[in-house]
Write a protein that binds this ligand. Structure first.
Ligand code: KG4
Ligand code: ZN
Length: 356
């Protein structure tokens, strides 16, 4: 595994204080080919996202082979567009940042190879970024006053993590899912009720027409760790409910199923997260990842944080789902610490948070 070199020294920190740091960031871990130019970690000069969703919808989920091929086709164009929209030249970038894991290995490799090639050809330093660190950092872009420490719920298609952000780049995972990620549960339930992929936005929309109290679905508790999540039981309960209706010849009200399922997910996410914020003694809480763009989830956190006097932060929906601006933000804080990757940087599909 590539070891990120720590070249930290006080001179770099003071150099960063004086000069603007501009980073070209690349993200290709799943089905979005994305590039962005980010100044000083919080100012997005451009944010280009090519979504492959239409290509994968007919298969009901992301097909890794197709994702890799499309990334190859699009990556140069997306990078060039990000640079041109930013109004900056490649040679004036201070670093090239890229998501190096976790994710689909073939998809990650495209971004990592592109970033390494640019770094090699130009001599601009390379910074490998953890995808989840990127999602968390999306909060820094629009909330200029947000500084660690805070608690962050990362809920995406592949992850449901409760993380204490102790400092920039310093994380402690205090809870995680034991089985399905929250986004995965949204996608599976959406498929079962005939909504197709990606399920999250479709359930979000359909739920508005349904009654969230129509069906009571279980809220799983994990006995060994009160901050862990489990969504597979909830998903099975929805599938059982649909099967029973079918056997009885009863018509299913898809909007009621969507709203009731969504309420069950949100209740668990809110309860575990805010319990953790208080128990660990923090007063700031943020959400991140694709599921964080869910309108009811945002409203629920807004209301509950308000009641508990917790300051609530969230990125705009476009910065919740996969994008490269969040990678540029995370990379800035690594850059400031003097962390750089070598040209032996590799795609790491199972990279753990804190390993990079
Ligand atoms: O962060 P993301 O773009 O990719 C991963 O890193 O996984 O998250 C994608 C996930 C998908 O499972 C998608 O269904 C879910 O986020 N998602 C949503 C919403 N928008 C996207 N889930 C619930 N409500 C939404 N509005
Ligand atoms: Zn993601």
């Amino acid at each position: 595994m590539d070891e990120k070199k720590d070249i930290s020294n006080p001179a770099i920190e003071s150099f960063c204080e004086k000069k603007d740091i501009t980073i070209l960031a690349i993200e290709s871990s799943c089905d979005e080919t994305a590039a962005a130019v980010v100044k000083n970690g919080r100012e997005v000069l451009s944010n280009v996202i090519f979504s492959q969703i239409d290509l994968h919808t007919i298969y009901g989920g992301v097909v890794p082979e197709i994702a890799s091929r499309k990334h190859i086709e699009k990556i140069n164009q997306v990078i060039e567009e990000a640079l041109s929209r930013s109004g900056m030249e490649l040679h004036s970038m201070d670093a090239i940042a890229v998501t190096c894991g976790p994710g689909l290995v073939g998809a990650l490799l495209v971004g990592v190879s592109a970033a390494k090639a640019i770094s090699f050809a130009t001599g601009i330093p390379l910074i490998g970024v953890h995808h989840i660190e990127g999602h968390i950092s999306a909060n820094f872009i629009e909330n200029k006053e947000l500084e660690p420490p805070f608690v962050c719920l990362v809920a995406s298609g592949g992850h449901s993590h409760l993380v204490v952000v102790k400092d920039y780049g310093e994380y402690e995972i205090i809870g995680r899912t034991r089985d399905d990620a929250a986004g995965e549960a949204f996608d599976k339930v959406a498929r079962a009720i005939g909504l197709g992929y990606p399920g999250g936005p479709k359930i979000d929309k359909l739920s508005k027409e349904g009654n969230p109290d129509a069906i009571h679905f279980p809220r799983a508790k994990v006995s060994e760790n009160e901050y862990d999540f489990s969504f597979s039981g909830l998903k099975s309960a929805v599938l059982n409910y649909l099967n029973i209706c079918q056997m009885k010849g009863e018509e299913v009200n898809a909007a009621d199923v969507a709203a009731s399922f969504q309420k069950a997910v949100i209740e668990v996410l809110v309860e575990h997260s805010l319990h953790a914020v208080k128990a660990f003694g923090y007063d700031k809480f943020a959400i991140a990842g694709g599921v964080a763009s869910n309108s009811s989830l945002r409203a629920a956190f807004e209301a509950e944080c308000g009641k508990r006097k917790i300051r609530f932060y969230h990125p705009s929906p476009i910065l919740c789902t996969d994008n490269a601006a969040m990678i540029g933000s995370a990379a800035y804080y690594e850059f400031r610490k003097g962390l750089r990757s070598g040209l032996d940087l590799n795609a790491e599909p199972n990279l753990k948070l804190g390993e990079r």
